[in-house]
Design a protein around this ligand. Structure first.
Ligand code: NI
Length: 265
């Protein structure tokens, strides 16, 4: 039950950030579809009380196991996938702070210092949708971070909240392929992320994905409210390997381009 409560809280928090996701889910349900999640993506800083290991300590007691670890060196990220049969996967990434420039590190350092001060050593599951633990950045600091690392800018401005949810296309009945879902979503008036093509991945790789472009929402900065990209909705279809086993992991090259759904332009 703890997991159901967490998933509900994450969805409630995420749809505040990305109202178009609730809208799309509603339109799919109106077609008679049942919307299941393939995965939920969380972002955090490394080497702090809310880092990847801290999040792992929340997920493992909920029945998850770590499937694999991924590295995105160009984006200075490390990620792990957590799985549990019949449940949405978690894709958790952390920003490798030392890879940033000294200026960017100094901004992020302030966030992490406040975060560590606000958390105990063993934060509870509400950590995953707890938002900002630090004073709001000035808008120019956000811009400076985002120029260097879109991920760092997003995390510092928005905090610990779900970055995206992902619909499992495998369980849809009237839209069998990711391309069908993207066509439907686009026809309903939503914008699609075309970075690296509409469709990322191939059936051979085991995972095909696409996504919307992030909503742009008012976020409070130290010097006023500004409109920034917040959260996007992803669509994933998994394919079986030669032995008939459905692929469970993630494809780094595809995830790399999907990360660009929250790019500012
Ligand atoms: Ni994803």
């Amino acid at each position: 039950m703890q997991l159901n409560a967490l998933l509900a809280a994450l969805w409630a928090d995420f749809t505040q950030l990305a109202p178009h996701a609730a809208d799309i889910a509603g339109r799919l349900e109106a077609r008679g579809e049942t919307v299941d999640n393939d995965h939920i993506a969380l972002r955090t800083f490394d080497r702090c009380n809310a880092d990847l290991e801290a999040i792992e300590r929340i997920l493992l007691p909920l029945g998850y196991r770590c499937l694999d670890e991924y590295h995105f060196s160009a984006k200075h990220l490390r990620a792990r996938a957590y799985v549990q049969p019949g449940r949405p996967r978690f894709f958790v990434s952390e920003l490798l702070r030392k890879a940033l420039s000294p200026g960017a590190q100094a901004i992020v350092e302030r966030c992490v210092r406040s975060l560590d001060a606000s958390l105990g050593q063993r934060p509870g599951q509400e950590l995953l949708h707890s938002g900002l633990h630090w004073p709001s950045l000035e808008y120019r600091e956000y811009e400076e971070l985002a120029r260097e690392s879109e991920y760092a800018g997003w995390l510092a401005a928005i905090g610990l909240r779900p970055n995206h949810f992902t619909i499992s296309v495998n369980t849809l009945t009237t839209l069998p392929e990711v391309a069908d879902v993207l066509d439907f979503v686009q026809a309903e008036g939503f914008r699609i992320n075309n970075s690296g093509g509409r469709i990322k991945g191939t059936p051979d790789q085991g995972l095909v994905q696409g996504s919307t472009l992030a909503d742009r929402q008012p976020i409070r900065f130290a010097d006023g409210v500004r409109i920034v990209p917040t959260g996007y909705y992803e669509f994933a279809k998994r394919f079986a390997d030669a032995k008939g086993r459905l692929y469970q992991g993630f494809v780094p090259a595809s995830a790399d381009r999907i990360f660009e759904s929250t790019h500012r332009s």
